[in-house]
Design a protein around this ligand. Structure first.
Ligand SMILES: *Cc1c(COP(=O)(O)O)cnc(C)c1O
Length: 371
């Protein structure tokens, strides 16, 4: 009735495309970002596929996501970067999960965990070069670096990496952040620290700034075949969308002109017509804001969703087109209708569209690797 088809072979192909891009200049590693259930694609199936493709690193926000990966038998290197003050760093050190360190209190907890496990913790120093989210500020960087250097000497931590994240505001702002990152690298060197991996760019920066690839890039949305610029440019970058959302028509009916349709009657039929009922609503992640603006494709023809999207369902006026219960409704995920199109209709970005898809959708995988 409701189906998300996740093409893991497309994910593998997108990884290959990104690898080719970053290795035009030097030998740059790729960290595949699988946070938020792999942007709605399924964290374990995606991670297994990336591991089989020899991904260098997997990236998650929460430590809990790293637990999910290790519990599923994922052996790849993992970096987690968004920590709650109560997160279990002991588990992380035991299970070889690298931790981003954004502040002195996090460093203290990491050091304690390392002592309790009896092996050094692997850390990546996170610097706030201008995004204003997590990461140590430039004003507090030297102090943190000095403390890290002391713990490195004591054998409590190993500095695997140093990284930051761009705001993607515009070229001027991004280049300014790259410059600040360079200053952070100089300060780290002055503190006597060295790193295997300096990393800065996500998908957009990776595509925009080859000079800022450093030793590794952190790629999320591009792996799922979407353009980080949310303007339907995926194909231009050699990317293939990995998610297709479909449903079946569950009922059709003929109604006269002037019939009000769905909540609030934002749409009334202008002539006798056929209405088709589609069992997907905002519970599945279809944005209610796409009411009156979004489109679907039924039997090769595009139709607007003129009426209000409800929790479980929406109605499409298909005119005199021949549509019957059981016909397939494409919501997005093909060339004729993309996640970018739905995002534009709902006033959001393609990231949000795929990440929020869930509810009662059933996922079907292509190219699945059994665990
Ligand atoms: C989410 C995230 C990424 C990936 O971003 P994309 O735009 O999806 O490539 C990279 N780095 C960090 C720190 C992130 O939080």
């Amino acid at each position: 009735m409701r189906k998300l088809t996740i093409d893991l072979n497309a994910v593998a192909a997108n990884l290959a495309a990104m690898r080719q891009l970053v290795n035009q200049v030097g030998n740059v590693k790729v960290l595949g970002v699988v946070k938020a259930d792999a942007y709605g694609h399924g964290i374990v199936p995606v991670a297994r596929k990336l591991e089989a493709e020899g991904i260098d690193y997997l990236g998650v926000a929460d430590l809990e996501e790293a637990v999910t990966l290790r519990s599923a038998g994922i052996k790849s290197r993992i970096l987690a970067w968004l920590h709650d003050p109560t997160d279990d760093f002991v588990w992380a050190v035991k299970h070889d999960v690298d931790l981003a360190v954004s502040a002195n209190d996090q460093l203290r907890r990491v050091v304690k965990a390392a002592a309790s496990v009896g092996k050094p913790a692997k850390i990546h120093i996170k610097v706030d070069t201008g995004l204003g989210r997590n990461g140590v500020t430039m004003a507090e960087l030297e102090d943190l670096l000095a403390n890290v250097a002391r713990e490195v000497a004591a054998g409590a931590v190993q500095t695997v990496g140093i990284f930051s994240h761009l705001s993607s505001t515009g070229v001027t702002e991004d280049l300014a952040q790259i410059e600040v990152f360079e200053q952070a690298l100089l300060k780290a060197a002055a503190a006597g620290l060295s790193f295997e991996l300096r990393h800065l760019t996500a998908s957009d920066g990776t595509l925009s700034y080859p000079q800022a690839h450093y030793d590794m890039v952190r790629v999320g949305v591009a792996l799922y075949g979407l353009s980080p610029f949310s303007d339907n440019r995926a194909k231009e970058f050699g990317l293939t969308p990995a998610m297709k959302a479909e449903a079946t028509v569950v009922q059709t009916k003929r109604v006269p002109a002037g019939s009000g349709v769905s909540y609030g009657y934002i749409y009334k039929t202008e002539r006798e017509t056929t209405l088709a009922l589609v069992p997907v609503g905002y519970a599945e992640g279809l944005p209610r804001d796409a009411s009156g603006k979004g489109s679907v494709v039924i039997n090769g023809k595009k139709h607007q969703i003129q009426s209000r999207i409800a929790m479980d369902q929406f109605v499409v006026d298909v005119g005199d087109s021949s549509v019957s219960p059981g016909d397939t409704v494409l919501l997005f995920g093909s060339e004729e209708l993309t996640a970018d199109d739905l995002a534009a209709a709902a006033g959001t970005i393609n990231y949000e569209i795929v990440t929020r898809m869930g509810g009662r959708f059933k996922r079907e995988y292509l190219g699945l690797i059994e665990g």
